[in-house]
Structure formats: structure tokens, C-alpha cells
Ligand binder design. Sequence first.
Ligand code: UGA
Length: 432
Amino acid sequence: MKLCMIGTGYVGLVSGVCFSDLGNTVYCVDKDKKKIELLNKCKVPIYEPGLEELIKKNFKQKRLIFTTDFKSAVEKADIIFICVGTPTNKNSNSANLNYVFQVANQLKKNIKKYKIVVTKSTVPVTTGDKIEKILVKQKNKKLVDVVSNPEFLREGEAIRDFVYPDRVVIGTNSKKANRILKNLYLPIIKKSSRYLHTSRRGAELIKYASNAFLATKISFINELANLCEQTNVDIKDISSGMGLDQRIGDRFLRAGPAYGGSCFPKDTRALIDTANKYKVDLSIIKSTVKSNNLRKIKLTKKIEKILNKKLKGKKITFLGVTFKPNTDDMREAASIPMIKYLNKKGCEVRYHDPSGEKKEFRNLKNVKYFKDISAACLKTDLIILHTEWNDFKLLNFKKLIKKKNFIVYDLRNIYSPTKMREMKIKYFAVGR
Ligand code: UGA
């Protein structure tokens, strides 16, 4: 099949590359010339394990085409995927749909024969209806079917999530569009995963509901971790004990810092905003958002407590600053408010992240990036394990720090408190 991905951000690029790897011809369109130039040299603008290899392979086979030529890509494609961003609007919680509607208006001028237009961007329920309204202003209504096909790719695991999805959700009332899309996904839905055909609005809402539920699961375990700390119980036991109940499951029950990223914070806010418009009170999701915001403050206060409120001049080393491992993404990472606060309080903050230096901290006077992990840790007072990159899982703290008194605050519960105690390392973790 011939496909066109509009937008080569995270969703568009990963999905486009994976579709081409299944044998489809994929036109990846972006108005950002520099990005397209880069991609045409097989260089990847985002950090995603395995993506570069797949780009090289499919680009060589001429199944993967990167272009700024919207018109010709749309003309050639049977299915067009809208994959542009829907960030939170300034001064509100709502999703900014400008990019989505810009694409729809551009498509209106360029669709001359039957096409399926699929929204992969995360959009509030009823957005598909609005896109359809824009597109069916053409003479022939049958020229286009507007379908919702949300993505469930996790950064850092996106290729695996694409190839082995838990489910593929297709929202449309067009039998023809459903048949064609099922065919497109056939090579991967054969692999034991599930294909769900539902209404367009249903598919749009499934995406938000899923992200909001996972965010709630994380906030739930994070709050219980607070109770565990007061009652001397290990939160890992609670996660395992709860997770063994198949109705609950142990995934996304790992306590840690506040959840971040480009999706959970944005999508929980947007879902609340949508519900407000319909005068529905999503009180549980509101609590999740509140709890997550409070968590950033709570853990920063805990750092203060660990250092006996003497922050000035203290050397603090963050290991990992991204919102999760295997990505260079800093969006809504809990490390940002933490580091800013500690910097304001006069600490000397150093950080090392396998994905490199971060622009977020570039203008902060006493915050320094270290390419080398040993240099970042040398003679530090406090190590904060913020992101669970594999690089941080087998550290010899004494060798790295080369100093008698230091503290380790493990926000991802990577190390064993017992072993740390045996080694006489002052160690704090989350909920244990
Ligand atoms: C999330 C969803 O997991 C994907 O299914 C979805 O497609 C994607 O958003 C999206 O909407 O595009 P992602 O943002 O890449 O994916 O990251 P997650 O792996 O879900 O992690 C989100 C945050 O939760 C991270 O800060 C992570 O550290 C935190 N987390 C996750 C925990 O604190 N505990 C856990 O047990 C799991």
C-alpha cells in the first residue's frame, strides 16, 4: 500500500518507518526542510533505539521517502495519516488543534480521488467529526473516510510496541475503510495481538482514557509509597502483591518521581478540559494531576530533609535527567523543577545523562553537565538516581565518589537497601 505520514515527529516517523518495514511505500512529509534533509541522509532527529537501522534499510529499498512536497505525497498515497503535535494550549489545559486543522484544510485542496484520512495525533473526542466537516465540503462525499487510529507507542520501546502491539484500535463506521486498515495491520495483528474496530469517537476517547488510567496507576502507587515510608513497608512488595492479581497487573505500578513526558501530563489535562466542556467532573483524573504536581514538591522537600536543610554549597549529582530511560526527551521531566529549586538554594548541581547535555539547564549558573559519569560523581555529597538508565544499575558508589561521607537517593528503587546498609552507604529510596 502507499501511505503518507504528515508530520515526522515521534509518532509519524516511528509509525512511517515501521509501516515501510512491513513492505509499504511510505511518504513521510514535513514542512521542516532541515529535518527532511537530515532524514534524507538517514540521520535521525529523535533518540529512539533501533530506528536509525530501520530507516537506513528501508530508505535503501526506496520504500521510505522523506519529502516536503505535501501535494505530490498526498496524491500518491491511498492512506494519509495525520501525525502532527497536539501540545497543551498556552494558559489553558486544552489540546492545541491548530496543526491538525491546518493539515485538514491543506488536504481539502489536494484530495482528488478516494483516500482514507487517519488521525494518529492524540485528539479530543469529536475532533474526527470536525476534520470530516472540513474534508467533505468537496463535491463528492465518498472521496474520503476519516478514521481514528490512536497510537500506543512508548518512547524508547516504540519499535517493539509497533510490531507487537497489545491492540490496534480503528475507529470508523466505514466498512471499506475498516477493511483496508485491517489489511494494512494484518502482518502485526497476526502476532497474537488484538484488533478493535469501534466508533471514531470511541477510538479517540480510548487513547485519552488509557493514558489517564496509566497515569492514575502511577500516582496511586506513588501515594502508597508515601505511606510505606511511614510504616516501614517495602513498596516493591506492595506492587508485586497487587500485581499478581491479574485484574490489576504489575505494570505501571513502579513508584518513583512524578511521571513526566510528552503524553501523560498533556493528555490528562486535555481530558479534564474536554470533560469540563461537557460539564462532566472527572474527579479521579483531577486528583491524579494534582497528586503528580505535589509529588515534585514533596520529593524536593525530601532532598532538603536528607541534607538536614543545609543546601547551600552542597554538591548534588543527578544521574539521569530525562523523564524515562532510552529517550533524550526532557518534556515535563521531574528533574527540571528539582534541579531549578536546588540551584536557587545555592547547591552545586552536576548531572550526567547518557542522552547528553540538556538545553533546559544551560542558563543555570551552578548546574553543570558531565559527559563522564565518574567526573560527575567525584567528591559529591548526594547522588540522585533520577532516571533508570541501564548505565546506572551496577555502580560502585565508593569507587566513583572517592569520599567518605556521601548519600545516595534512589528515586527508581534500583538498589537493594539491605546491600547498601551492609556496605555502610547512607541510602534513601522511594517507599521502602
Ligand atoms: C505513554 C504511554 O505509555 C504510551 O502507551 C502512549 O502511546 C504514549 O504515552 C503516548 O501517548 O504517545 P511514554 O510517554 O513514552 O508513553 O512513557 P511511559 O513509559 O508511559 O512513561 C511515562 C512516565 O511514567 C515516565 O515518567 C515514567 O518514568 C513513569 N512511570 C512509568 C512510572 O513512574 N512508573 C511506572 O511504573 C511506569
